[in-house]
Write a protein that binds this ligand. Sequence first.
Ligand code: HEC
Length: 167
Amino acid sequence: MSHSDHSTDSHATSRPPLELLRSVLGSFILPLVVVGVLVSIFLGGGNSVPTASMAEDAVAARIQKVGTIAFAEANKEPRTGEQVFQAQCGACHATGAAGSPKFGDAAAWGPRLASGFDALLNSALKGKGNMGPQGGGAASDFEVARALVYMANAAGGKFPEPKAPAK
Ligand code: HEC
């Protein structure tokens, strides 16, 4: 009785804690470390290559949001000539596409500027040659006029900023 008690005691006090430690290390901590290493390899490897493009995507998303908000607000307030140019006129005039007088090209704009603001605005609103009517669409007539002045003055024109129509 006393012998078996003693041996049970030694089992209870010395071996189980070691086994517990070993099983904790083996079944819990080691796998955790392994998983941790694997995760860090995966995340690290995943980050090191596409970081630049991911950052670009994030920047693009942020810029897009700002642009979207600006555009939404611009639907209430008249947009500036530059904004309308970017949104509507630049498709042709930024590059001179379809035979349009190119933005900032004084030689191409000079003879047209000579015909005066009213004639140019009339052409822009109703269309001319390869340019379809720019009025009656997303841009108000006032916004088209602003875009016209923005473009004309970038090419040597001296048109005053058009007055907002009375509401
Ligand atoms: C689809 C292409 C296109 C777009 C978009 C466009 N234009 Fe034009 N624009 C032209 C072309 C082509 C001409 C030359 C037309 C000609 O003289 O036959 C022109 C000419 C003009 C002229 C000179 C007209 C004249 O009487 O000589 C003005 C002013 C003008 N565009 C303003 C604008 C404004 C302002 C916008 C934006 C609101 C705009 N255009 C958008 C193609 C475009």
